[in-house]
Ligand binder design. Structure first.
Ligand code: PAF
Length: 281
């Protein structure tokens, strides 16, 4: 397995793979890999001949008051896990490499990036789309895999890919959960014991939404009220949002019909957790 830090080296390496007729998959990550990431890598493996994992804690997607400095990092462990999963190359650039001094160019996907997580994190998706566009240009993969756990991110990246004519298939991978239902996330590492126990309310609220919808409740207002009450029953939970939105436009739904994204964001102390499920009626 190659570990590549330099943009030109990465380009040369992937160019050789393309010339040899190999299908290339990119799995973009911020490292501190867990089972969720490994499932993305395995999916990439099934769909491509060559798998590149990028590991880069992207500063532009963190606001100044967010957790960039304390974001967990362990490159040695990540490298070993990638090796174990049969990854062909890890792209591990420095912040200086990706954002040299006087860096000026950003990619913005309008509207979709202002709702849900974009309301409390207004510059977040600008950072995500910028770094993903840069990675697409450097690696030039045939396909790229992202987790459904970050549903809004996945929808925005699909839109950016279509709008900017990247010839790349964007694949969404199912959410991987702990035994008690908590969606896997690098940020779970911040939770203390009580927060960790109470964090299961996110998934429970989504299961409640599913049950209500399947039993014929079509009122988004009523389902959101019930989800909110359930989350608020956890004393340490502070709701950022509970939303039922259209899976394409991310606009709020009044009636639960067709495909609906049920999405929640909840703080436990300083840690903000997100989760979602798609209701298909
Ligand atoms: O989902 C993530 O880990 C990040 O947002 C991504 C896509 C790697 C961009 O930094």
């Amino acid at each position: 397995m190659k570990v590549i830090n330099d943009v030109r080296d990465m380009r040369r390496w992937t160019e050789r793979q393309r010339l040899a007729g190999r299908r290339l998959a990119l799995v973009p990550t911020m490292g501190y890999l867990h089972e969720g990431h490994l499932s993305l890598i395995r999916l990439a493996r099934q769909r491509a001949d060559v798998v590149v994992v990028s590991i880069f804690v992207n500063p532009t997607q963190f606001a100044p008051n967010e957790d960039l400095d304390r974001y967990p990092r362990d490159f040695e462990r990540d490298e070993a896990l990638c090796r174990q999963e049969g990854v062909d190359a890890v792209f591990y650039p420095s912040a200086q490499t990706m954002y040299p001094p006087h860096y000026k160019t950003y990619v913005i996907t309008e509207d979709l990036s202002r709702v849900l997580c974009g309301k409390s994190r207004p510059s977040h998706f600008r950072g995500v789309t910028t770094i993903v566009a840069k990675l697409f240009n450097i690696v030039r993969p045939h396909l790229a895999v992202f987790g459904q756990k970050d549903a809004q991110q996945l929808i925005i990246i699909k839109k950016m890919t279509a709008d900017l004519n990247f010839d790349i298939d964007i694949i969404g991978a199912p959410i991987v959960r702990e035994a008690d239902g908590l969606a896997m996330s690098s940020r779970n590492a911040y939770l203390n014991k009580e927060e960790r126990q109470q964090a299961t309310v996110l998934y429970k609220s989504l299961q409640l939404a599913r049950r209500e919808a399947e039993q014929g409740n079509r009122s988004a207002k009523d389902i959101k009220k019930k989800m909110t009450a359930l989350i608020e029953s956890a004393p340490l939970a502070r709701i950022d949002y509970v939303e039922l939105v259209d899976t394409q436009t991310l606009t709020a739904k009044e009636r639960i019909e067709g495909e609906t994204l049920a999405a929640v964001a909840v703080f436990f102390g300083k840690t903000r957790l997100i989760d979602n499920t798609v209701l298909n009626l």
